[in-house]
Design a protein around this ligand. Structure first.
Ligand code: UD1
Ligand code: CA
Length: 459
């Protein structure tokens, strides 16, 4: 689309009481500004400008992956002044869409509708009807319902403050309208700032027809000025995500106690218990159950998997029928084949584990390549690090590792081998044989228990 997008993000966000620029505060794990950039990108604009001010190094660094032209507004003299900084950089041939870095839930459908109304108009304003209008600019209309002006709450009369129709801040304009009206905006208002809404007020006063478009959902135009508003928006966002998942056939014991920070793709009949956090890209196969208090990031989980309570799973692939937890930690680079069981206090890192293998208690498996139907006894440790390098442990099919075994890598345990409990294995253990590496048990003959001496009391 031939379109210039301007995102205003230079404000200090004083009401957040934070050292961090407001637009970098996170909503669903992503900076507020990133949400706005992503929505802008769905319109395929020619260019995206972002006005930044205090803390701009931090903002630019955080979002450097995006094709944005950063415009510096040295002093935050108001929303009108912010747009004025971009004016010399705009292509006069393209219409302009103005978005706010602190209004993150705006939908691309609403933006497309707003831009469509611009076809026959010079200026089109996105408005909304809200119950709680505190702090927002109000839309004043005449008897015919035509917009007369926008008045900021601080400049409004008591009558005007009662108006429930508000300025969302989002605005579409022809380049020429902005070029004509923006330089005429003054600071004659309560905050002595250059108000962007004054562009509308000046145009209306000059007899230019301004069209308003009402946002599809009242929630999408909510802005973040305070931490309470940020927390509220997080809930709004999460509620919508979980509702979408439920519509796809996913059950939640309590929809209010699951958070999605990223993308969850789930097949039908997945059940998600309370207090689950998903991050990044997560996929869940049919019939899988995610128990309470689980944290799952960037992982592919197959069908009919059971993740019991209190696990942390990151960058892992878990095949159909696996049973994990409670209290398991699955770290990046782990690949579990079908029907693997990983139990309590077991940590697995960068390891491949074959079908039907079980490590049910108190174990560390790092840099290991483990075959099928292997039994890993409680307390088994792969000693993968010698202080300088990491080394691999290989355990072949159907091997049995007795409890409390240290496998000092690099080392290999052969097929059907058995390792006696308490062994420290430093050399390869041959297939189908019992290997032990521990001191032998002895019993001392004629040993006598020492007798307690009598205590001497000194008065
Ligand atoms: C603004 C609107 C108000 C509207 C509300 C919707 C004005 C004067 N008021 O009020 O009518 O109802 O948004 O959320 O526009 N910014 C800059 N440079 C500046 C000042 C602000 O880039 O000099 C940016 C801020 O970073 C923010 C956005 O503009 O992203 C809005 O600024 P803010 O101060 O939050 O305006 P509001 O008081 O919310
Ligand atoms: Ca705001």
């Amino acid at each position: 689309m031939s379109l210039s997008v301007i995102i205003l993000a230079a404000g200090r966000g004083m009401r957040m009481h934070s050292a961090k620029p407001k637009v970098l505060h996170l909503l669903a794990g992503k900076p507020l500004l990133e949400h706005v950039i992503l929505q802008a990108q769905t319109l395929s604009p020619t260019e995206i400008f972002c006005v930044v001010g205090e803390g701009r190094e931090q903002v630019m660094e955080s979002l450097k992956a995006y094709p944005v032209r950063w415009i510096h507004q040295e002093k935050q003299l108001g929303t009108g002044h912010a747009v004025l900084q971009v004016l010399p950089h705009l292509n006069p041939a393209y219409p302009v869409l103005i978005l706010y870095g602190d209004v993150p839930l705006i939908s691309s459908d609403t933006l497309k509708q707003l831009l469509n109304t611009l076809v026959n108009h010079e200026l089109s304003l996105l408005v909304a009807q809200l119950e709680n209008v505190e702090g927002l600019g109000r839309i004043v209309r005449d008897k015919q319902g035509k917009i007369q002006r926008i008045v900021e709450e601080r400049d409004a009369t008591n009558e005007e403050k009662k108006i429930k129709e508000i300025n969302t801040g989002v605005l579409a304009a022809s380049f020429s309208a902005l070029q004509h009206w923006l330089p005429k905006v003054t600071t004659q208002n309560n905050q002595h700032e250059y108000y962007l809404p004054d562009v509308i007020n000046l145009a209306v006063a000059a007899g230019v027809a301004v069209i308003t478009h009402t946002a599809l959902h009242a929630d999408e135009i909510l802005g973040v000025n305070t931490r309470a508003q940020l927390a509220h928006l997080e809930r709004v966002y999460q509620k919508k995500r979980i509702e979408n998942l439920m519509a796809q056939g996913i059950s939640f014991t309590d929809p209010a106690r699951c958070d999605v920070r990223g993308e969850v793709i789930a097949e039908p009949d997945v059940l998600i218990e309370s207090n689950v956090l998903f991050e990044g890209q997560v996929s869940l196969g049919e019939g899988t159950v995610i128990g309470p208090n689980n944290h799952i990031r960037d992982s592919r989980i197959g069908k009919n998997v059971v993740i019991k309570a209190n696990c942390v799973i990151e960058e892992a692939e878990i095949a159909d029928g696996c049973v994990i937890g409670p209290f398991s930690r699955i770290r990046p680079g782990t690949e579990l084949k079908e029907n693997v069981h990983i139990g309590s206090f077991v940590e697995v890192k960068k390891s491949k584990i074959g079908k039907g293998t079980k490590a049910n208690h108190l174990t560390y498996l790092g840099d290991a390549d483990i075959g099928e139907e292997v039994i890993i006894g409680a307390g088994t440790i792969t000693c993968n690090y010698d202080g300088v390098d990491k080394h691999e442990t290989r355990i072949k099919d159907r091997a049995f590792i007795g409890s409390n075994t240290a496998l000092v890598a690099p080392v290999e345990v052969g097929q059907d081998a058995v390792i006696g409990a308490g062994s420290v294995i430093t050399k390869d253990a041959p297939a189908a044989q019992l290997t032990l590496a521990r001191s032998r048990q002895t019993t001392i003959a004629h040993w006598q228990k020492p007798k307690k001496r009598k205590k001497i009391c000194v008065e």
